[in-house]
Design a binder for this molecule. Sequence first.
Ligand code: ADP
Length: 485
Amino acid sequence: MVRAVSTRSTAQLTAIIDSVPIAIVMVDAQGHIELVNAQAERLFGYASTELHGEMIDVLVPDRFRSGHSESRAGFNRNPKARPMGAGRELFGLRKDGTEIPIEIGLSPITTEQGLFVVSAIVDISERKRLEARFRATVESAPAAMLMIDGVGSIVLVNSEVERLFGYDREELLGQKVEVLIPERFRSGHPGLRTRYFASPVARRLGVGRDLFGLRKDGSEIPIEIGLNPVKTDVELFVLSAIVDISERKRQAEALERSNMELQRFAYVASHDLQTPMRSIASFVELLQSSYADKLDAQANDWLRRTVDSIGHLRTLVRDLLEYSRVDSQPHPFQRVSTREVFDRAVSLLDASVRESQANVTCGELPAVMGERSQLVRLMQNLIGNALKYRGKNSPRIHVSAERRGSEWIFAVRDNGIGIAQKHHEKIFEIFQRLHDQQEYPGTGIGLAVCRRVVQRHGGRIWVESEPGRGSVFYFTIAEGTVSAQ
Ligand code: ADP
């Protein structure tokens, strides 16, 4: 409803309209410009006097003009406040001929002089610039990126998405994101989506569980997804980064397969290889003991070498079997006194302790949660190595433990030949040895077993050593729920 206003209040009204930070243009029912505020003057580059009485079409780019008079007529037939050109991009034409992207809100005003239409015009160049920058960033991302709106329609994809899913982007834009989800997960997805939109936070999906994407050709790809809410003034979107993890999965499966093969080999080694090996050994030993005097020196030498090699082979098979059994035959953890573990390991090594006249001692050792037989094997391997890799002096070996934070750090210290820095990592790998059989016999499996045992107990193992200055092998074991002895 329009009320008569005094001249003074018209001036006030004009001042108010000029101070509004939005461009305002009012036209009459025929489209003649009646009023232009200061923002509109600035936006279109005209003085209001230049526009007054002109057709609104002067502010509309040529290519939209014919459509514009039709829309105007349509609005006049059904005049109510609404945004203009919903879903279409709108542009204004400036006096200098340049165009500006705009958004327009229309409001009808009915007066005694007839219908007027007020347009509130917002310059969205800055928003468009930011949008373009956002699109460019998404496009150049090395991962597949896809954005959906609140109803799950795809509004943006980059070329990585096209490559990964095998679609052209035109085929995806406007589609529901569910087209990229395998049938069996599809029905549950809109619910998950709605819940996410209700409380959107950046998060990763697919860690620890299997997610799959559906390609255009019907094949599936294992994926991981990162979700990020993107809020604009008017709407909430979700931008997802999608990573194809097929290769990672393939590698994990190959690793799993080769582990299984190793375990199968260990089984074969224990049941099928050991028996014939034992009989070969005993026949060759029989040959040696019963026919030594009937054979010449050359044949006896060959026999002796054969016996040595069979001995080495048996050790190798036994060690390998033990290595594969660390993980394949796990027993539940229990409270284990590491002092008892130490005593047991030393008694198993009794022969070489005596032979080398070693002095093997220990400090106060705690109780831990673990698997006793494996911890004995760990200690036996470390003390055994300390005895084997001794220097000129008789071995002095000391085992100690120290609590640090929530774990125990064990140390096995020796005064042996030591190890050069460059080998400190390598020696824990299977079959890695630094000496030949003649110098120091061995299979290169002992420390690999140690590392497996420690890892199974949630700890780490490492060495500090220098050639000629002895070695200290450290390993950690979580404190567990029991206290020290
Ligand atoms: P093996 O003793 O059968 O060769 P290990 O895996 O137990 O296999 O050890 C790997 C290598 O690490 C050994 O060949 C040896 O060179 C080195 N090593 C291990 N323990 C010691 C030690 N206490 N002092 C010096 N060198 C060691």
